[in-house]
Design a protein. Structure first.
Length: 338
């Protein structure tokens, strides 16, 4: 199993510390660094900075959405970053949610799975320098233009961050990898794997040629209560408030895991702005299902459990209580690939 890291989505950490963290991960043999994008920084600019500051580590968007840029602009930017990094780039795509898409970008949040499919098809056509004549449900490009520069690779790996059954199936049907959040190895075989198999069957491919890359919070601490309390605000935000009451994919995922009553209660409380009460509903069992918490050796064993469950890659969101820079660096070294 390949082990990567993500860059925390905050500007509270000085830029030079972010660069030093990724450079250390590069030195220690981590596979990729994933950079998110919501409504703060954009992922591509940060990755360009990291591409010029590292030597070996892969660089990936984790993720950019398919609503705020055209498919051809995504392809141009991917090709440019791949050239800057000498072929180290991977493209993580997703739909984000209606708050970001409609509330921030002012774009209608609709037909997300279809837009993902068409974006992938267009990006791959552009990278191959084929003339773009595309007649889709969402995008129409009839003029037959092609990219005038020369991408250094004609195929860049594409990962889809999807949670709905139709989105998960699309990932296995057309993408190179799937990038889930709130991944529970306990529920994977029964709840998620069948959708991946359904998608793979549609295109006649084997899941052996497909990468499951889990976005995995990892809290290195001997104080498990402190570790659980560290991740509860993030879980409450996503289960309770990320999306509308009717369309919250994270809430629906936890319901599919069997936490129907808890998920509904968390959402009710969070939308009533009773956030502390919402966090209190999140049980230790719910936290432990989707988070790795413990001392360094215990965390290594929990990561090995992911591999045994069928995970091919991990995008590790590494934390320690208090997030002291020295302790985070020590944890990074302790968990480094061997």
């Amino acid at each position: 199993m390949k082990l990567g890291i993500n860059v925390p989505y905050t500007d509270h950490i000085p830029r030079e510390m972010v660069v030093a963290y990724v450079q250390e991960a590069d030195r220690l043999g981590y596979d990729k660094v994933w950079v998110a994008e919501a409504y703060g920084w954009d992922a591509f600019t940060i990755l360009a900075m990291l591409a010029c500051s590292t030597q070996r580590i892969g660089l990936a968007t984790g993720i950019v959405n398919v609503f705020s840029r055209s498919p051809t602009l995504i392809a141009q930017t991917a090709a440019s970053l791949d050239a800057i990094s000498d072929g180290r780039f991977s493209l993580g795509l997703g739909t984000s949610g209606h708050q970001v898409i409609e509330g921030w970008h002012g774009v209608k949040f609709e037909k997300g799975v279809r837009r993902l499919r068409e974006t992938m098809e267009i990006v791959r056509t552009v990278l191959k320098r084929e003339r773009l004549k595309y007649d889709g449900e969402i995008f129409q490009m009839p003029m037959g233009l092609h990219i005038i520069t020369h991408p250094i690779r004609d195929r860049i790996p594409i990962y889809l961050a999807t949670l709905t059954p139709s989105g998960v199936a699309l990932a296995a049907e057309q993408a190179d990898g799937w990038l889930p959040v709130f991944f529970s190895p306990k529920h994977y075989r029964q709840v998620i794997r069948p959708e991946l198999e359904k998608g793979a069957a549609r295109s006649g491919r084997s899941l052996d040629d497909f990468s499951v890359c889990v976005f995995q919070p990892v809290v290195v601490t001997e104080d498990k209560k402190a570790g659980r309390d560290l991740v509860r605000p993030h879980m409450a935000l996503y289960i309770g408030g990320m999306g509308s009451r009717e369309r919250n994919y994270y809430n629906q995922l936890f319901q599919r895991y069997g936490y129907q009553e808890e998920a509904k209660r968390i959402q009710d409380l969070y939308l009533e702005r009773r956030k502390d009460e919402a966090m209190a509903v999140i049980s230790d069992e719910m936290v432990d299902a989707v988070t790795v918490i413990g001392g360094a050796e215990e965390c290594r064993e929990r990561l090995a459990e992911l591999e045994r469950a069928g995970v091919d890659e991990v995008a590790m969101a590494l934390q320690v209580p208090g997030n002291d820079a020295v302790q985070v660096r020590d944890a990074l070294e302790a968990l480094a690939p061997r």
